[in-house]
Design a protein. Sequence first.
Length: 107
Amino acid sequence: MPKRKSDSVPVPLPVEHLLEQWGKAVRAQRQLAQLPMRDFAYRINVSLDTLQRLERGEPSVQASTYLNAMLVLGILDELCMTPGKEMVTTTRVRVRAKQKSVDDDYF
């Protein structure tokens, strides 16, 4: 049984639109490869229901499931760019406060 989506946190429209596009692309490429839904669901290790929700672009499907489906179909690089080095590194330097020296003569 699929997890229920919390109604308290709405999905932003740009994210919803992107998921719909990903779902449409997965469906189109799966059909182009002539892969039946059951076989493809088995290949990406999800239930048939989850694959149907993925192809509709529902946000309740995990992002890793979308990415795995794209990888299996060979369209991951076309739909998702790998972030450049400047996106995954920071120039911020963390400075720790100096620790107080312990005075052994206290006792």
